[in-house]
Ligand binder design. Structure first.
Ligand code: MSP
Length: 646
C-alpha cells in the first residue's frame, strides 16, 4: 500500500473513575467516522482508543467505593470496552495504561530522558488542583486561588519531583507549528496554543511522591510517574514504540489525535515537546472538539443530567445517535444535547428525507419494473453531475473534520434526489408507453443516487448503509467498499431486495406525553426511596447542641483509610474530632474551614483516637457509600466561633 495513504487516529484514553457519558461517546464516534471514511478512501487505518487507569482520581474513587484501585479499574474499564461495542467502533486496538506493554514503555522513555538530561530531579512548590492533578501557575489562577478549569480551591503543595526540561524544546515546536498551520485545529485552538507557547513554558513536574497508584520511576520507587506523562505515552506504546520498531515506523509518522478542548495543552504543548525530546516526530494533526451541554446546562452528576449513551442507544437506536452527534454541531464548537432535538433529526433528516427517498424509489422500481433496476444507454443526469461535486465537497469537509458539513452536503444531494422525483413524475411516465426509456433513465438515476448516498453515510451510519444496500439488492458490505470505485450507472440490472422502513417516525405528541409520565414516575420513585426518621418534638431536637467551630489542623490516622483526626476550635475550647471524610478532601482543603460541630455527643474512640464531636456534612449516598459530600458551613464566616446553631 502507498506509504502516504496511512492514517493513525487516536481518542483520548478515558479515565475510569466513572462510567462513560456522551462526551466519551462523542470522541469515539468521531474517530470511528473518520477511520471508516479513510478506509473507504483507500487508506490503511489504525484506530486506537483505551483507558487511563492511574493517578489520584482513580485512587480516590477506589477508596470511596471501598475497592482496591486494581479492582476498580478492572471493573470500570470494561464499561468503556462495552461502549466501543455499543457504538460499533471499528478500533484496531484498545490500550489500558495498567498493561505491562505500557508500563515498560513509560519506564523506558522516562529512563531515556533521564539519561539524556531532559528529565532531572528538583523540588516543586506551587498551587495544585487535587481533582485535576495539575499545578496551576499563579498568573492562571481563578478568583480566590481557585482552579481556572474546574473552579475548585487550589492547595499549596511542595514535593521532591522529577522535571521534564520542556522549556528547551519550545523554540523548535513554535517553528514546527509556524510551518504546519493545520497541526492544531480548529484555527482558534491553533492561535491559543501559539500564544501560550510564545508566552513561555516552564519545565514540567513529571513525578509525584504523594500517591501510590501509578507507574514507579525506575530506580527511585518513592516517586510514581505523573499520570499525564504516563497517559500521553499510550499513543506510542500502542504504535509499537518499544516492542515493534517496524510497526512504529509504519504508523507513527501518520499519527493524529482527537481530543476535547479541555485537554489541548497536554496534547499540543507537553506531548509534542516530549516527542521532540524522544527524537520522534510530533503529531501530524491534533483536533480539539467542543463540549456538550444538556438542555442548555453543564453536564454534572449533581444536576443528574449526565447523558448515558447506553440508554440513548436503547431508546433511539445507534445510528440516529451517531448521526445526531456528528450532524448537530460544527465539530470544534460546543453544542447542546437534547432528546427533543434528536427526535427532530430522526423525523426530518432520517425518516423523511432519507427514508422517503428509499421507500419511494424502491416502490416505483418494484411496481414499474418488477423490482429490476432498468438499464439505459446514457445514465448521465443532473444528479450524476451533482454527485461528482458532492464527493469532492464531502472529501474536503472530512479532511477538515467538518462532519456536520459533510452530512449537510450529503443531505443536499438526498434533497435534490427527492426533488428529482417530484420534477420527473415517474407515475405519469409509467402511464405512457412512449416514455418507457425516460422512465428507465429516471429510475436508474434514483437508484444510483441512493446507492451513493448509502455509501456516503456509511462512515457515520454503518448499519443503516448496509440496510439500504440490502434493500437495493446489493450483497456487498458498503463499509468495505471504495468511493473511488463507484461508477454512476453500474447499478443497472440489479434486482431489489425486500423493502423495510428504515426509521419509523416518532409521534412528537405521544413522545412528549410518555416522557412526562416517565418523569413523574421517576420523581415518585425517588420520593419513595427517601428514608425518613420518626417524628420528634422540638424539645428532643433542642437536646442536640451544635456550634460554629473552625478546623485548625488535619492529620491522617495511620490505621484508617477513611478517617481524619481534626483539631477544632470552638472559641471557648479546642477539641479533637475524628471524621470519615478523607475520601473527599486533602488536609490542606480542610484546614481553616469554618464548620458546624455537634458538641454534646458522648466521646468515642475511633482507631485509637478519642473523638469529641461530629462535623455536619450533607452527602449523596449510593448503596450506603457516600458518592458526593459537602461540609455544612455558616454563610457568614465572621460569625464568632462557638455560636449556637438552632
Ligand atoms: N484521561 C484523560 C485523557 C488522557 S489522553 C492521554 C481525560 N479523560 S476523561 O475521561 O476525563 O475525558 C476524556 C474526553 O472526554 C476528553 O477529551 C474530554 O474533553 C471529553 N469530554 C468530557 N466531557 C465532555 C462533554 N461534556 N462534552 C464533550 N466531551 C467531553 O481527560
Amino acid at each position: 500500500m502507498n506509504n502516504e495513504k496511512r492514517f493513525y487516529i487516536t481518542t483520548p484514553i478515558y479515565y475510569v473513575n466513572d462510567i462513560p457519558h456522551i462526551g466519551h461517546a462523542y470522541t469515539t464516534t468521531a474517530c470511528d467516522t473518520i477511520s471508516r471514511y479513510k478506509r473507504m478512501k483507500g487508506y490503511d487505518v489504525f484506530f486506537l482508543t483505551g483507558t487511563d487507569e492511574h493517578g489520584q482520581k482513580i485512587q480516590a474513587a477506589a477508596e470511596a467505593k471501598g475497592e482496591t484501585p486494581q479492582q476498580l479499574v478492572d471493573r470500570i474499564h470494561q464499561t468503556f470496552r462495552d461502549l466501543c461495542k455499543l457504538l460499533n467502533a471499528s478500533n484496531d486496538d484498545f490500550i489500558r495504561t495498567t498493561e505491562d506493554r505500557h508500563i515498560r514503555a513509560v519506564q523506558a522513555i522516562f529512563s531515556k530522558l533521564i539519561e539524556k538530561g531532559d528529565i532531572y530531579k528538583g523540588t516543586y512548590s506551587g498551587y495544585y488542583c487535587v481533582p485535576d492533578e495539575t499545578y496551576v501557575p499563579e498568573n492562571a489562577m481563578g478568583p480566590n486561588k481557585t482552579c481556572p478549569d474546574c473552579g475548585r480551591p487550589l492547595t499549596i503543595m511542595e514535593e521532591e519531583s522529577y522535571f521534564f526540561r520542556a522549556s528547551k524544546y519550545v523554540p523548535q515546536l513554535i517553528e514546527y507549528y509556524e510551518t504546519h498551520l493545520k497541526a492544531v485545529m480548529p484555527e482558534t485552538r491553533y492561535n491559543e496554543i501559539m500564544s501560550f507557547l510564545k508566552g513561555g513554558v516552564r519545565d514540567q513536574s513529571v513525578s509525584r511522591t504523594t500517591l501510590k497508584w501509578g507507574i514507579p520511576v525506575p530506580g527511585d520507587e518513592k516517586h510514581v510517574i505523573y499520570v499525564w506523562f504516563d497517559a500521553l505515552v499510550n499513543y506510542v506504546t500502542a504504535a509499537g514504540y518499544l516492542d515493534d520498531p517496524e510497526k512504529f515506523a509504519r504508523w507513527w509518522p501518520h499519527v493524529r489525535h482527537m481530543v476535547g478542548k479541555d485537554i489541548i495543552r497536554f496534547h499540543c504543548v507537553t506531548w509534542p515537546l516530549l516527542l521532540i525530546a524522544m527524537g520522534v516526530n510530533v503529531p501530524v494533526e491534533i483536533f480539539a472538539h467542543g463540549w456538550w451541554t444538556v438542555d442548555g446546562e453543564k453536564m454534572s452528576k449533581t444536576r443528574k443530567n449526565v447523558v448515558d449513551p447506553f440508554k440513548i442507544v436503547k431508546e433511539y437506536g445507534l445510528d440516529p445517535f451517531r448521526y445526531f452527534m456528528m450532524r448537530e454541531v460544527p465539530f470544534g464548537n460546543d453544542g447542546d444535547f437534547s432528546e427533543l432535538a434528536l427526535v427532530g433529526r430522526i423525523n426530518s433528516d432520517l425518516a423523511n428525507d432519507l427514508g422517503n427517498l428509499l421507500n419511494r424509489t424502491h416502490r416505483m422500481i418494484q411496481s414499474y419494473r418488477g423490482g429490476v433496476v432498468p438499464k439505459c444507454t446514457d445514465a448521465k443526469s443532473e444528479l450524476s453531475a451533482m454527485s461528482v461535486n458532492v464527493l469532492e465537497r464531502v472529501d474536503r469537509a472530512m479532511n477538515d473534520y467538518a462532519f456536520d458539513e459533510a452530512l449537510k452536503t450529503i443531505w443536499e444531494f438526498i434533497g435534490r434526489a427527492n426533488k428529482f422525483i417530484d420534477e420527473t413524475m415517474p407515475w405519469k411516465l409509467a402511464k405512457d408507453e412512449s416514455q418507457a426509456e425516460r422512465l428507465d433513465f429516471v429510475l436508474l438515476n434514483l437508484y444510483e443516487a441512493l446507492r451513493l448516498s448509502a455509501m456516503l453515510v456509511a462512515p457515520v451510519m454503518p448499519e443503516t448503509s448496509q440496510r439500504i444496500w440490502k434493500q437495493l439488492g446489493i450483497q456487498e458490505d458498503p463499509t468495505k467498499s471504495q468511493y473511488d470505485a463507484f461508477t454512476w450507472g453500474d447499478g443497472a440490472g440489479m434486482t431489489l431486495g425486500e423493502s423495510e422502513v428504515l426509521f419509523p417516525r416518532i409521534d412528537i405528541e405521544e413522545w412528549k406525553k410518555s416522557k412526562e409520565e416517565k418523569k413523574l414516575q421517576e420523581e415518585a420513585a425517588a420520593q419513595a426511596a427517601i428514608e425518613h426518621e420518626e417524628e420528634i418534638s422540638i424539645d428532643a431536637f433542642k437536646t442536640v447542641e451544635m456550634r460554629v467551630a473552625r478546623i485548625t489542623k488535619c492529620e491522617e490516622i495511620p490505621k484508617s483509610k477513611k478517617l481524619y483526626k481534626l483539631e477544632v476550635d470552638l472559641g471557648y475550647e479546642k477539641r479533637t474530632v475524628c471524621s470519615g471524610i478523607k475520601a473527599f478532601f486533602t488536609p490542606e482543603e480542610l484546614e481553616g474551614r469554618t464548620i458546624i460541630l455537634v458538641t454534646n455527643l458522648k466521646p468515642v474512640k475511633l482507631c485509637g483516637v478519642e473523638s469529641n464531636g461530629m462535623i455536619l456534612c450533607a452527602s449523596v449516598k449510593k448503596d450506603g457509600v457516600s458518592e458526593q459530600l459537602t461540609l455544612l458551613t455558616p454563610e457568614d464566616k465572621d460569625i464568632p466561633l462557638g455560636s449556637r446553631v438552632s
